[in-house]
Design a protein around this ligand. Structure first.
Ligand code: NAD
Ligand code: TYD
Length: 370
């Protein structure tokens, strides 16, 4: 059995990746290393927790000694690294924990993998260190077409003339993206300096089941259901490129197995949406699902002070990944959103468990001062 560490496997994207690998590869032993911060939730993995090829280890990736010993004990041949502090608004309030986990934690994992693999006779042969990152490292794009245009070049609706490509320079604006950018640089530095077999991918915004309800889509689904205000930052004109989380997990599987060492791949949905348009779609779909009158909840929309340094537009050009490895998103957004809304409505207990207690206090605090 090949042992693979997946970090952050109790979080949103990580849980989908762990599930996919545990079910698809019975000959891999999947070791989920997660500190279980507020964002980590073992309830995300109930369906596979007793699988014979799965092990959960509660650990902080910054704890070098524990990670190094685990790699030796389990004879780890691959790392898929997702553990991170991931919410931009939190990074504005508390940048230190972002630098700690995203930068120092990544460095600790890199060093542990390097030292352990260096100690083996075959060294880096058959090994892989795959770092999952974000498109936010590239900064923000212009919004040249405020109403969006159907671009014959890209075959989908776009809001600007430019896209994030793998060759774009890094221009992070938030403490979150600055910390992720720094971790990407460390990963590449370990390849260039020591020859560690690394791969980096930068993905656009994900949505789907098990996303922590501080992020736009699950937060708003929950608020619409409970008829709470929907805090739209600024004018709601910021644009994001949305990808269904299982499509991201599929891309990670493909790239982990077939991607070129030392390469970077951008992953995106070819699916740009203005925030305010997403909010309106969510209201429509949730109201419909709950048997409410059409658009009954439009008046929940509440424009609030904009996020500091709010990036205007993200849009990924994923043609490289499409051409090289044949990946493309499998779901249309309308279908993905319906599935997602239905999942949150069917899993109210999962949501209630999170949105009570400590998290609720944090959330109230966050909005008190806006
Ligand atoms: P998440 O916040 O839902 O989950 C993060 C997980 O990491 C949690 O389970 C948490 O307990 C764990 N964790 C945090 N600090 C840790 C530490 N020090 N040691 C061990 N575990 C720790 O995040 P997510 O949205 O699933 O994102 C996963 C990864 O994908 C991140 O690296 C993020 O930057 C990247 N990413 C996310 C998106 C997105 O839209 N969510 C898009 C592109 C890239
Ligand atoms: P988010 O889900 O936090 O992802 P990211 O900041 O990583 O893109 O936010 C998505 C977009 O929605 C972003 O432009 C900020 C906006 N937003 C709101 O308008 N209100 C909210 O309450 C939240 C959480 C986000």
């Amino acid at each position: 059995m090949k042992s693979i560490i997946i970090t952050g496997g109790a979080g949103f994207i990580g849980s989908h990746v762990v599930r996919l690998f545990v079910n698809k590869y019975p000959d891999y032993k999947i070791i989920n290393v997660d500190k279980l911060t507020y964002a980590g939730n073992l309830a995300n993995l109930k369906d596979i927790e007793n699988a014979p090829n799965y092990r959960f280890v509660k650990a902080d990736i910054c704890d070098f000694q524990t990670i190094y010993s685990l790699m030796q004990e389990e004879k780890v041949v691959g790392v898929i690294h997702l553990a991170a502090e991931s919410h931009v608004d939190r990074s504005i309030k508390d940048p230190f924990s972002f630098a700690q986990t995203n930068v120092m934690g990544t460095l600790s994992l890199l060093q542990a993998a390097k030292l352990y693999w260096d100690s083996l006779p075959e060294k880096y042969e058959g090994k892989r260190f795959y770092h999952i990152s974000t498109d936010e490292v590239y900064g923000a794009l212009e919004l040249n077409h405020p109403e969006g245009i159907n671009s014959p070049q890209t075959q989908h609706k776009v809001y600007g003339d430019d896209f994030f490509r793998e060759t774009n320079k890094y221009q992070p604006h938030s403490p979150y993206s600055a910390a992720k950018a720094s971790s990407d640089h460390f990963v590449r530095a370990f390849h260039d300096t020591y020859g560690l077999p690394t791969i980096v991918t930068n993905c656009s915004n994900n949505y789907g089941p098990y996303q922590f309800p501080e992020k736009l889509i699950p937060l708003f689904i929950n608020n619409i259901r409970h008829r709470k205000p929907l805090p739209v930052y600024g004018k709601g004109e910021n644009v994001r490129d949305w990808l269904y989380v299982e499509d991201h997990a599929r891309a990670i599987d493909l790239i982990f197995h077939k991607g070129k060492i030392a390469d970077t791949y951008n992953i995106g949905g070819f699916n740009e949406w203005k925030n305010i348009d997403i909010v309106k779609v969510l209201i429509k779909v949730v109201d419909e699902a709950l048997g409410r009158k059409e658009n009954e909840d439009l008046d929940l929309i509440t424009y609030v002070t904009d996020r500091a340094g709010h990036d205007l537009r993200y849009a990924i050009d994923a043609t490289n990944l499409q051409k090289e490895l044949g990946w493309s998103p499998s779901l249309q957004f309308e279908e993905g959103i319906r599935k997602t809304v239905q999942w949150y409505l069917n899993n109210q207990a999962w949501l209630d468990n999170i949105t009570s207690g400590e998290y609720e206090k944090y959330y109230e605090e966050m909005y008190k001062n806006r």
